[in-house]
Design a protein around this ligand. Sequence first.
Ligand SMILES: *Cc1c(COP(=O)(O)O)cnc(C)c1O
Ligand SMILES: [Zn+2]
Length: 416
Amino acid sequence: MSHVTGLACVRCGQRYEERAVRYTCPACGIEGILDVLYDYEAIGQKLTKARLRGDPERTHWRYLPLLPLADRRHLQPLTVGWTPIYEAPRLAGRLGVGQLLVKDEGRNPTASFKDRASSVGVARALEQGESNITCASTGNAASSLAGFAAAAGMPATIFVPETAPEGKVAQLLIFGATVVLVEGGYAKAFDLCQQAVAEWGWYNRSCAVNPYLVEGKKTAGLELCEQLAWDPPDRVFVSVGDGCTIAGIWKGISEWHRLGLIDRRPRLVGVQAEGCQPIKRAWERRGDLAPEPERTLADSIAVSHPRNWIKARRAVEESDGCFVAVSDAEILAAMRELAAATGVFTEPAGAAAYGGLVRLSREGALGRDERILVMATGNGLKDVAGALKAVGAPLRVPADLEALRRALAAQGGSWT
Ligand SMILES: *Cc1c(COP(=O)(O)O)cnc(C)c1O
Ligand SMILES: [Zn+2]
């Protein structure tokens, strides 16, 4: 048995039995995202520091008592989570912060953070006896779901914008999903997926409507606290599209706080792209969300009509954090700088989080001794075209040492 006690609507507060609803609040409709409630007393007996220390499992399933799954029966063997956290002292020096940590989520099986959610979504679908699974996604949730559906032998139908990067589409096809490229951006893909779900009754993994998916995402928040020996950083930078990732991380951190395993919570900084920043704007004007066009190369956070904006804003506000927006030029610079200084190659949306840190540092908004963690949410090889925009051309020479010497000298390297 799971420790889920019910669901609560983030909009109207109404509570529901787990079995009574499938996706969103019946009273509020699609805006009524549900939050999963747990019996924390029972969980507190199982997840103690001592028990965790003795647990040899190095995946996100070490937090199974905090997940909405009955047992281990439907877990797929692909290993998710326990991704490395690297220290980046040179960048910390450059930015004038006490410590900089980079968590490399590109190390997950399909190379993004989304595997934390898909692994839970597919297990949940199997538990419920679903036979078909679907989602709409900017790309990574799609390729991740396709990977887990492949592992589980479950047919998947995936809706992505026609502009999704080739690497992500290649992942979808190679995992054997039925891939639908939808004209008109992510918002249109989302709507078409909703209609297909209503028509054919497939299980909808879209994080924005399925309350159980954010639960998978929260394992990153749980994990980073444990990996840092229960001494969380002062701030965590996360890029924001739909808002599920930052909301999930906050939920995980808050659960440890509630269970008494950490005594203080970090501030969260939600980073959006300047060309598509509806959640940041709604936060600034303390008002409702107004959809915006999707004008950024950071495809994973190009979300004109975010569905989980209430949870995302609540996470940032409760943590006494903020939102910040960065331009595509800043994202490209961040991608290059982070990769060249740490060896972590992250896609534009992952680099945006680091770009947000650079921006706040430049604005003098950070304390000198702050400990900062940046979530690098996806691997850079997923979007090679994006990466190539961030860098110059390679040297091209005939196979001749003198030609090489001239080319190196022209480039001005100190070692020529
Ligand atoms: C999905 C995604 C995000 C943002 O997550 P949301 O839940 O949409 O806010 C950030 N980075 C990458 C690489 C992603 O795939
Ligand atoms: Zn409601």
